[in-house]
Design a protein around this ligand. Structure first.
Ligand SMILES: [Zn+2]
Length: 444
């Protein structure tokens, strides 16, 4: 795919003395070219960080040893927060279309995180033994934090053109305005239970840009004093439609970051481990100098892997085109899985599988009074009459004498009993999943 570039940017804001570190993957499509050079500030900032604060050096993961648990499959509740204006929404289409994008997006990441992608046949034979299976399934959350039923996504139509990487008021970075309802976004769902994914139009200084995605992993929250409700992933809505080809693997890559993976080349702009550069901290990925663009032929060599099988450009943590990315390695998977195990940064995400189901029908509490009734028959719900469909009254002969179809759920209903003859009646309340009958005595 010519003219397509994926760029990583790291920015740091020192103005509040809190360092905030973010990794952004972005893409330049040549339909709206922003230049042929990757605008990557990551390595510069890395150097700045090291100079200014030794505590803020970029984490280098140590080699991953075999973890205690290689077999457990994890299920993670995901919620998508879609914050777009009406023009951007029309690019995606109807709510039904958005559901389809979400479904396809989940399918892609679930294949990639379960070593089930059909294009894994593209892994060169020499790398095939390194192909890792993360055994993580991402599923839509069907119970919201307030206990209500959810489809696993929220849509908010904004009048804004988009959300800036850095907001003007607090200088916080990472499109943070999209993450709070009081700044025109959608509030995170409890990030210890749900993996939050915001789908937005990312801006930089008010201008449309080509950032594809961003991950704020839990470790960054702790290390750089980022509010924990900002952890999660941001996706450019155009990764689903509008960039020529879908970029569903943006989320695969960002999830890799979310679970603490670094870029495969170590973000050191060409250096190698033996020349003062970084590695990605992963033992079974070959050394690599720089990011890869496009879709190279195997083998591809560079300064850090100048012979043998060369670099692993088909890794999800490189910048290769989506269609040419095929794998996480076993050690990458091991590091990600550690985050999901006891003491791991994302362990809590595996502990709430009940939110993947719709909420169980809650007991509906109400009273019918007075009984005997003379003037009114009152039906009073503790909260609202959730799921109430109709109210019917039958006389002793089984004839229906009253019916109300419930259009809007209320907390209180009243039936005028003065129109009924004295006698015994049956009050039937029909709910979505049950019906209940009460014997009512009507007096003069
Ligand atoms: Zn990245």
């Amino acid at each position: 795919m010519k003219g397509v570039f994926i760029i990583s940017i790291i920015r740091i804001n020192f103005s509040t003395m809190l360092m905030r570190l973010l990794c952004i993957v972005c893409l330049l499509g040549c339909g709206h070219c922003f230049g042929q050079q990757p605008k990557c500030a990551y390595s510069l900032l890395q150097a700045s960080l090291k100079a200014r604060d030794t505590a803020a050096t970029f984490p280098i993961h140590t080699g991953n040893k075999v973890t205690a648990d290689e077999s457990t499959a994890y299920r993670i509740p995901v919620v998508f927060h879609i914050v777009l204006n009406s023009t951007q929404m029309s690019v995606l289409g109807t709510t039904e279309n958005i559901r389809s994008y979400i479904a396809v997006q989940l399918e892609v990441i679930n294949q990639d995180f379960n070593a089930q992608s059909s294009d894994s046949t593209g892994i060169p034979a020499v790398f095939k033994p390194l192909h890792g299976n993360a055994k993580v399934r991402f599923e839509l959350a069907h119970t919201a934090p307030d206990g209500s039923a959810s489809e696993g996504y929220n849509i908010y139509i904004t009048t804004k053109q988009g959300f800036d990487f850095e907001n003007d008021i607090t200088n916080s970075v990472g499109f943070s305005d999209s993450k709070y309802s009081n700044t025109g976004g959608i509030d995170a769902w409890d990030p210890t239970t749900y993996l939050n994914v915001w789908v937005i139009n990312p801006l930089d200084n008010g201008k449309t840009n080509t950032l594809l995605g961003l991950a704020i992993p839990p470790s960054f929250v702790a290390r750089y004093n980022i509010p924990d409700v900002e952890q999660g992933i941001t996706l450019n809505y155009l990764t689903w439609k509008g960039m020529g080809v879908p970029r569903y693997r943006t989320l695969t890559h960002e999830l890799g970051h979310y679970f603490e993976l670094r870029h495969i080349w170590g973000d050191d702009d060409g250096k190698c481990a033996n020349t003062g550069g970084n590695d990605d901290g992963i033992e079974d990925t070959p050394p690599q100098a720089k990011e890869t663009y496009g879709c190279p032929h195997f083998p591809k060599y560079d300064a850090c892997s100048p012979a043998g099988s060369g670099i692993m450009f088909m890794n999800y943590m490189d910048y290769t085109d989506d269609a040419c990315q095929h794998m996480f390695t076993k050690e990458q998977v091991s590091l990600m899985r550690r985050q999901l195990q006891v003491y791991g940064n994302s362990y809590s995400l595996t502990r709430h599988p009940q939110v993947l189901d719709y909420p169980a029908a809650t007991a509906i509490s109400y009273t019918v009074s007075p009984n005997p009734a003379n003037r009114f028959i009152n039906i009073s719900f503790a909260q609202t009459s959730a799921g109430l469909q109709s109210i019917r009254l039958f006389n002793a002969m089984g004839q229906q004498v009253y019916e109300k179809k419930v259009e809007m759920q209320q907390g209180f209903y009243s039936i005028d009993a003065t129109v009924f003859m004295k006698g015994l009646y049956l009050l039937q309340l029909k709910f979505a999943d049950k019906q209940e009958v009460h014997r009512i005595s009507v007096q003069d």
